[in-house]
Design a protein around this ligand. Sequence first.
Ligand SMILES: Nc1nc2c(c(=O)[nH]1)N[C@@H](CN(C=O)c1ccc(C(=O)N[C@@H](CCC(=O)O)C(=O)O)cc1)CN2
Length: 296
Amino acid sequence: MSARIIDGKAFAASLRERVAAIVPAFEAAAGRKPGLTVVIVGEDPASQVYVRSKGKATEAAGMVSTTHRLPETTTQDALIALVRDLNADPAVDGILVQLPLPKHIDEQAVIATIDPDKDVDGFHVVNAGRLAVGQEGFVPCTPLGCIMLLEDRLGDLSGLNAVVVGRSNIVGKPMAQLLLAKSCTVTIAHSRTKDLQDVCGRADILVAAVGRPAMIKGDWIKPGATVIDVGINRIDNGEGGTKLAGDVDFAEAIEVAGAITPVPGGVGPMTIAVLLRNTLVSAYRRAGVPYEKGAI
Ligand SMILES: Nc1nc2c(c(=O)[nH]1)N[C@@H](CN(C=O)c1ccc(C(=O)N[C@@H](CCC(=O)O)C(=O)O)cc1)CN2
């Protein structure tokens, strides 16, 4: 058996187009464009690439993109002061502080400063709480993108056994909450889980978000399962360079799974597409303009 490849790149492109098609209607109703501000501290090369991509995608969708590039030596107080200014700026609908931050800055303290109603990353504890109790808020972009891919592939997810390997605040935990909200039977597994292979083998939906290249082997996967690989690990390509690899052993998994996201080209591109979606939703909510929820 050879699994169907879930084309996250194509799905993300269509989501970005859908968002861009709605932006003019927002502008006509609100008299301004939606605005996303991204803050990056330091020179982490991968973060620089992601932030550039976010800026380009935001502009391509017809929104206002602003990027604050701060030096590695920026103090936590200076970063928090900038976030407070952005909270108070009516033209800013979405604030995103690129992670990871330099070690001398407490990420949680910075995230806690972001106005929850501009927190398009969905990382603020208020948005985590809203997700947990089923209230409207912002949901982290990567897990929401995974749910979109899963529903596109499987339709109704209710009753399915879902296993999420990884318990981070930005992927594992919100992913589990979203699957629960879709009426899946959810297990969160992690590095201390006993019989991890056995736990994974019971999953109709297996989400890997551990950050360990090729950790999930083919014989861990239930035949026909849908596998969502959130891992983006840079590894040696054997020719003196590097390449990206997921948390799932793709060559093995493709022989067993029913469908699987590749790395690259699976979940990754959904992160930025959903960010644009969250920014547009924020703009509508903040402007008090009604919008068709199903459309975005
Ligand atoms: N504030 C945030 N920081 C970080 C987030 C986030 O959602 N909010 N997520 C990641 C990084 N990230 C966006 O910021 C991101 C990661 C990967 C991709 C992506 O498109 N990946 C491609 C491969 C790209 C490449 O060649 O390197 C893919 O998987 O196909 C987009 C965004 C951590 N920080």
